[in-house]
Design a binder for this molecule. Structure first.
Ligand code: UDP
Length: 239
């Protein structure tokens, strides 16, 4: 294993719900959960301070029911609750392999986890705990991209990592277009102007305003998170 130093010390990783379902059509795939926990543990063992934001698309997305007649705000609250389920699943998987964690929810639910308190989260990070932020912003009409960017800024992260099923940002969807080319690097402005849909525009502009780079990489292959953090392998940097 490479001993190259980490390019960033304090990182926020966004783990999409969709990724956690693996090849299943819904829910959490235990093998995928275990694999991502192992990758996170490896990065923590290399000295990174790590926070996570969980998505909820494997369980529920507000827009899907809103599109079929449900009030959008209520549907989005259901989506936020789905992100809490994923956060608890990740916490369980991480603690099983010896990584100390805390879950903080933007919607207070004391019996389940801590409420989001910025200073407390910073203290957890200093103590080497992985902080998992759940329930997004606690506000409807967002996906988890914007909370990921906001928490990265609030925690003073050096980079925002977006783990996806493809190894970076492409000119077109590589699953549909054989001629799609991967970008090594992009500016925030290019992503916005080309409407590349890497993340929500609000997340990209928040990262631009705070000069926090976004690294888009594939989280599917075991060990890739650490590799990319060491500047090896394939990924796209937006800065
Ligand atoms: N959501 C929300 N506000 C937030 C974060 C999430 O309303 O600040 C809701 C929204 O309905 C969203 C769902 O939670 O669709 C799940 O998050 P997301 O779609 O980002 O999941 P992912 O794509 O990462 O699996």
């Amino acid at each position: 294993m490479s001993t190259a130093p980490l390019r960033y010390k304090k990182i926020l990783l966004k783990v999409s719900g969709e990724f956690l379902m693996g090849d299943a059509p819904f829910g959490i795939d235990p093998k995928t959960l275990e694999a991502v926990a192992e990758d996170i543990a490896e990065v923590v063992r290399h000295g990174a301070e790590l926070c996570l934001v969980t998505g909820g698309g494997n369980i529920f997305r507000g827009v899907s029911l809103a599109g079929r007649g449900m009030e959008r705000a209520s549907a989005d609250y259901m989506g936020m609750l789905a992100t809490v389920m994923n956060a608890l699943a990740l916490q369980g998987a991480l603690e099983k392999i010896g990584v100390y964690t805390r879950v903080q929810s933007a919607i207070p639910m004391e019996a389940v986890c801590e409420p989001y308190i910025r200073r407390r989260a910073l203290r957890h990070l200093e103590k080497g705990r992985v902080v998992i932020f759940a329930a997004g912003l606690g506000a409807p009409f967002f996906t988890t991209d914007t909370p990921a960017a906001l928490r990265a800024a609030e925690m003073g992260c050096d980079a925002l990592f977006k783990g996806t099923s493809v190894d970076g940002v492409y000119t077109a969807d590589p699953k549909k277009d054989a001629n799609a080319k991967r970008y090594d690097s992009l500016s925030y402005q290019e992503v916005l102007a080309k409407d590349l849909r890497v993340m929500d525009a609000s997340a990209i502009s928040l990262m631009r305003d705070n000069q926090i780079p976004i690294v888009v990489f594939s989280i599917r292959e075991r060990g890739n998170f650490l590799k990319v953090l060491q500047g090896e392998g394939v990924y796209t940097t937006i800065a």
